[in-house]
Ligand binder design. Sequence first.
Ligand code: BV8
Ligand code: ZN
Length: 252
Amino acid sequence: MEKNEISKFLETQDISSNTKIVAIIGSGASVASGLKTFRGKDGLYEGKRAEDLASRQGFTQDPTLVWTWYRERITKVLNADPNSIHIALVKLEEEGLLTSVITQNVDGLHRRAGQSNVIEIHGNILKTHCFNSCGRTSELTKAPDPIPVKCDCGSYQRPSVVWFGESLDSTNLMKVEEHLLSASIVLIIGTSGYVYPVAQFPIFAKSQGKATLIEFNTDESAFSDVVDLFVKGPAESTIPTFVDLILQAKLQ
Ligand code: BV8
Ligand code: ZN
């Protein structure tokens, strides 16, 4: 089903070696690697308030609760491997069509798959830095014990992810703006579109730039009514199909 849908749509697009594609990624892209999404049934936030787990005040209130939640995720990430989505996007980069992967995921799987142009807009769960900004940092190669992780300065080490209420890295945001403005196609893969400012990225690319928006999701999201094509289904199957078809279209 989606093969014809994608082929028909690509016939309406001017695909060439100058086509610039940007991918915006959410946790649905890591489901096939065995990692959970955040919202919805059996999600990471289930039964909890996201702000209690992923914010400075949540950490201050209960560093052990927050580290316990992150430690579970770190253990799963360390045992996860890139899936067919990550591999297909590396192929698209190697073929010169994919200029940037803007990922909300903190699992590092794009880089593990060999992607070079990755912007980890929400940080990386396998890195930590001092909660009190003393400058000490670390990279995790195994799940931390004991938790919460103390810093040598007497404070704590915290996961190097962007928490709610924290600003995103300004260098990353400048790179994102540049890539979105020059994108001919933006792929939106496995995200509910719930979190800002990433929620604004696709419409920015379409309204300020010249981007065509294509969404790959198992369900509707906050983006679904503004995209030009919605490809319903598990992205671990629809993305490899899309990559094969757009590479064929590039040759025509
Ligand atoms: C900020 C921590 C300036 C890391 C996360 C307006 C403007 C600016 C800010 C705000 C605003 N309105 C509200 C805010 C505040 C806030 C915000 O957005 N709140 C939300 C709750 C409304 N934003 C911020 O605080 C941001 N900072 O803007 O700075 C500022 C500063 C102070 C005050 C104001 C502004 C910081 C945002 C970063 C938050 N950090 N987590 C971590 O622990 O990982 S966000 C959290 O949600 C995750 O990190 C994740 O990255 C993110 C997005 O979730 P998704 O990836 O979309 O996952 P979800 O479960 O929701 O959806 C999964 C999707 O996959 C579903 O659609 C499902 O159908 C699909 N799916 C499932 N399986 C598959 C699939 N699709 C395809 N194939 C499959 N197989
Ligand atoms: Zn410190």
